[in-house]
Design a binder for this molecule. Structure first.
Ligand SMILES: Nc1ncnc2c1ncn2[C@@H]1O[C@H](COP(=O)(O)OP(=O)(O)O)[C@@H](O)[C@H]1O
Ligand SMILES: [Mg+2]
Length: 369
């Protein structure tokens, strides 16, 4: 397998639509990279630039040792010579062709002999568990099967790189979990270098070896799923990858006695805290599962900072856990709790200090966490 390397890739549509802005991204050989970002932030463009369906405005694209695009050096390798398989967002199956012919299509373009085409189509259909559907039309398949056909068509040429554009967005929530497991399994089995783009953090967290977060065409952070989740580079990443409570406030005190003062939300910060200064304006972030509520007990634990006494406003069962909303004076705090509470319960609120994240108010970049 090969690595894919985008070096300072910029793509501008028309005069000033900057879809990709100096994207620096290295996907290692055999790696599963998930690029995550909101709609309209450059994900599809990034895949199309790798596939050769778009020419970058600036920068370089490498596939293995081959420079495949560089406007400065006058290099542009067309899609058919890049050995890349792409699964499009809408799957783009040909409705009037049977599954067999849909999968065979890229091989027919390559003018492979008939018996070889038949062998390869049957092999990949076997791997993807759709061998019994080869004689049907796409409309006669379930969504999950149609997706497998689209993946089979991308893989039948034995590409060195697999690109997938929001492959689960057309699937029911129910089968998405199975489809994810399936894609992960195939990717691992084939060891194929893969870039999948999605707006859904659940895709990223479950599938990725590493995640790259894209905002308005700019890479915000690249890291392991748990790094992105636990130590997001900025407020945008923190918010996008999962639920988080954010409180604006300022730092009070110094040395071993530092506090966060956000009006309703006040707490003592860990004594080892660094990188923040007295009176600095900050945003404090804490994920719902990193908050502990107790009805009576006063907990005393180095990792728990007491925040105050709140009132339970909502407590919903969410399968093995409870989504709780607590009101602390005028501030609502989201909590994921393993125990249930009743509406109106008065509860002590503690933040897990090891999980607190502090962002600079101005830049919104992380300064502690
Ligand atoms: N062919 C095109 N012509 C003009 N603008 C485009 C074209 N393709 C994409 N864009 C613009 O580029 C930006 C990124 O689009 P896209 O890569 O499709 O985002 P995503 O896949 O993250 O939703 C958007 O502002 C979009 O409108
Ligand atoms: Mg898109």
């Amino acid at each position: 397998m090969v690595r894919v390397y985008l070096h300072e890739v910029t793509k501008i549509f028309g005069k000033n639509v900057v879809a990709l802005d100096k994207v620096e991204l290295e996907v290692k050989s055999g790696e599963f990279m998930v690029v995550m970002g909101p709609s309209g932030h450059g994900k599809t463009t990034l895949l199309r630039v790798v596939a050769g369906l778009e020419e970058p405005t600036d920068g370089e694209v490498w596939i293995g040792d081959n420079l495949v695009a560089s406007p400065k050096k006058g290099v542009f390798v067309p899609p058919k010579d890049r050995n890349v398989g792409m699964v499009f967002q809408n799957w783009a199956l040909y409705p009037h062709m049977k599954v067999f012919d849909n999968i065979a299509f890229p091989l027919r373009i390559k003018k492979l002999p008939k018996d070889e085409i038949e062998k390869k189509v049957k092999e990949i259909a076997e791997v993807l568990g759709i061998a019994e559907t080869l004689d049907r039309y796409p409309r006669q398949l379930s969504g999950g099967q149609q997706q497998r056909v689209a993946i089979a068509r991308a893989l039948v040429k034995e590409p060195q790189v697999l690109l997938m554009d929001e492959p689960f967005s057309n699937l029911d929530a129910r089968i998405r979990v199975t489809a994810r497991a399936f894609v992960k399994d195939i990717q691992r089995k084939l060891g194929i270098t893969t870039i999948l783009v999605t707006h859904d953090p659940a895709d990223a967290l479950t599938l990725a070896d590493r995640i790259a977060v894209l905002r308005r065409g700019v890479i915000q952070q690249i890291g392991l799923p748990n790094e992105i989740y636990d130590r997001p580079a900025n407020v945008f990443v923190a918010n996008f990858i999962g639920d988080i409570n954010l409180f604006e406030g300022s730092i009070v005190g110094k040395g071993n006695e530092m506090y966060f003062d956000g009006g309703d939300v006040k707490l003592q910060l860990p004594s080892n805290i660094q990188g923040i200064a007295n009176s600095q304006n900050v945003i404090l972030g804490i994920r719902p599962e990193d908050i502990v509520l107790t009805k009576e007990a006063q907990l005393s634990n180095n990792d728990l900072a007491y925040v105050g006494k709140g009132i339970v406003e909502i407590s919903e069962f969410a399968g093995g856990k409870f989504n709780v909303m607590v009101k602390l004076q005028n501030t609502e705090i989201k909590v994921v709790s393993s125990t249930s509470f009743s509406l109106g319960d008065a509860v002590n609120i503690y933040f897990r200090t090891s999980k607190i994240k502090i962002f600079d108010k101005q830049s919104e970049n992380i300064i502690y966490g």
